[in-house]
Design a binder for this molecule. Sequence first.
Ligand code: HEC
Length: 242
Amino acid sequence: MTRRIFILLVLASALAGCGLRPAGNTTPLQVHPDMDSQPKFKAQSASAFFADGRSNRPAPLGTIAQGHLNEDDGFVMGKDASGNLIKGNPVAVTEALLKRGQERFNINCATCHGQLGDGNGAVKTRSFGALAPANLQDTRLREIADGHIFDVITNGIRTMQPLGGNIPVSDRWAIVAYVRALQRSQSTNIKDVPAGTDIKAADPSSSPVSAAPSPAVGSSPAASPASSGAASTTKTAAPTKK
Ligand code: HEC
């Protein structure tokens, strides 16, 4: 007897799982409905319930997600409260930030601006110079506010497309810090060498000092091959100073 009840129970639950349909009836007979019907709205679907006909509900006006208050204009927009571009980097410049900036620069900027920032990236060489991304070693760009570089990355400028959508705010500042390090690495002078360093013993071709003959580097095309030749050895020459 107990064995028959057991077999019946097993059969009943097996059939219930299949959504048994009596002949000619389209509605399944659900012995155990369990989670078969789950009334809900699917994302982006229509709804007759809401006046606007959408199942997706817009956030009430003025809602801010946790952690996205974005109060700090300097950090988020590169501008101070009166809308002027900020001079310095709002993020503390550490070795870790520069490493991150180097990686992000090489991914997002070097194709156009070159790994040295001298404007000689693949886009320029492969277009035989027809497309000329800016030379970030230019004196004007050396002296420009950090907020400007941040703004260029965020919103683009003239023929450069905006990259803000692809690069998070904190990475943009890391890139700005790295651009400064690149600029410094290409304009070092003998006074930057720490006292007591034996520069004569160092290989002249790998010395950052020899790679920076004059502040005019990069602004004249003739200076570019020399500086790109030193790319692998000089690009992180002065990473921790700003
Ligand atoms: C697809 C190519 C391309 C990429 C990628 C690119 N740029 Fe540019 N960038 C340009 C071009 C072209 C210009 C010159 C725009 C002009 O003057 O018309 C420019 C100009 C600039 C300038 C000079 C702005 C000024 O005041 O004249 C800066 C600074 C700059 N880019 C930074 C960056 C940084 C940092 C990145 C990476 C996050 C980046 N760019 C990625 C093509 C690019």
